[in-house]
Ligand binder design. Structure first.
Ligand code: KMH
Ligand code: ZN
Length: 276
């Protein structure tokens, strides 16, 4: 295990609105500034969703281009584009920005309930996204919201559509999917093929507990407004960087340092050729 800790900032998301979190970045300059703050605090991966100026979610190519340029102008954080978008989007609507060749892109390996909604990822949807990811030689992050999605990963490995070692993100605590418990995290971390790496994204008030467990277990961490808007009970965070700072403090207490960009590229096997 490398001791270097990957910290992903998921600072925009597709569901949280300004009415809930007034510091949510929406305009490209706001996203660029926010991701630069998170990078300065120790994040090495920026998970990117698109928003229109009024806050509604969009996976539009030009929005991603503007966000990506604004981030790159300010910091070298690795860029991971969402292919999940928002619930209800069709597959082709979710993936046009992949032609910008970001460092990474997400790939969710199954359908689950998502609160009152359904996050749809049928096998044909997964295959379409994966083909696009492979076309542009982007490093995927395999998003696992529930236990059946681990079985789909095994199928894709067996068919040679994915090749281990791969990087996983366990998203735990979405209402309707796997809960953010120590038992689930332990099971998921044990279930993936040897040599694979993983991050945990704990949703809501379980974010810090899940991050702390991941740090102790040798995994990696995702934080940010996409998953959690409160710094502590009843107190909104004033920046995504606050979450990153807290994770860095916890990690240092147990002897782990945030990864540098170079270390992150090595851990994730991201070549230097990505354009975004
Ligand atoms: N917005 C969620 C429904 C991803 O980024 O790939 C899905 C999501 C996953 O955020
Ligand atoms: Zn996302």
């Amino acid at each position: 295990m490398s001791d270097a800790l990957l910290i992903t900032v998921a600072g925009v998301g597709a569901e949280v609105m300004r009415t809930q979190q007034p510091h949510l970045p929406l305009l490209p300059e706001e996203v660029g500034e926010e991701y630069a703050r998170a990078y300065a605090a120790g994040a090495t991966i920026g998970h990117v969703h698109g928003r229109r100026p009024d806050g509604t979610p969009t996976q539009d190519l030009e929005t991603f281009r503007a966000y990506s340029d604004a981030i790159r102008k300010r910091c070298p954080i690795l860029q991971q584009f969402s292919t999940g978008g928002a619930v209800g989007m069709g597959v082709e609507e979710r993936i046009p920005a992949l032609e910008l060749k970001p460092d990474m892109a997400t790939l969710t390996l199954g359908t689950c309930n998502f609160g009152d909604d359904i996050f749809e990822n049928s096998l044909p949807t997964i295959r379409t996204i994966l083909e696009r990811i492979r076309k542009y030689q982007i490093v995927p992050e395999l998003e696992i919201f529930d236990v059946g999605m681990l079985a789909t990963a095994d199928v894709l490995f067996a068919k040679g559509l994915l090749t281990p070692p791969a990087h996983f993100d366990f998203v735990l605590g979405v209402p309707g999917a796997a809960a953010a418990t120590a038992e689930n995290l332990t099971h998921f971390a044990r279930a993936i093929p040897a040599g694979c790496t993983w991050t945990v994204a704990g949703i809501g008030r379980r974010q810090t507990a899940m991050a702390t467990m991941a740090i102790a277990m040798g995994g990696h961490v995702r934080v940010g407004f996409e998953d959690n808007i409160f710094y502590r009970k009843g107190e909104l965070a004033d920046s995504n960087a606050r979450f990153v700072e807290r994770v860095v403090r916890i990690a240092r207490e147990v002897g782990r340092e945030p990864a540098t960009i170079e270390q992150a590229r090595q851990i994730l096997r991201i070549p230097l050729t990505s354009a975004a």
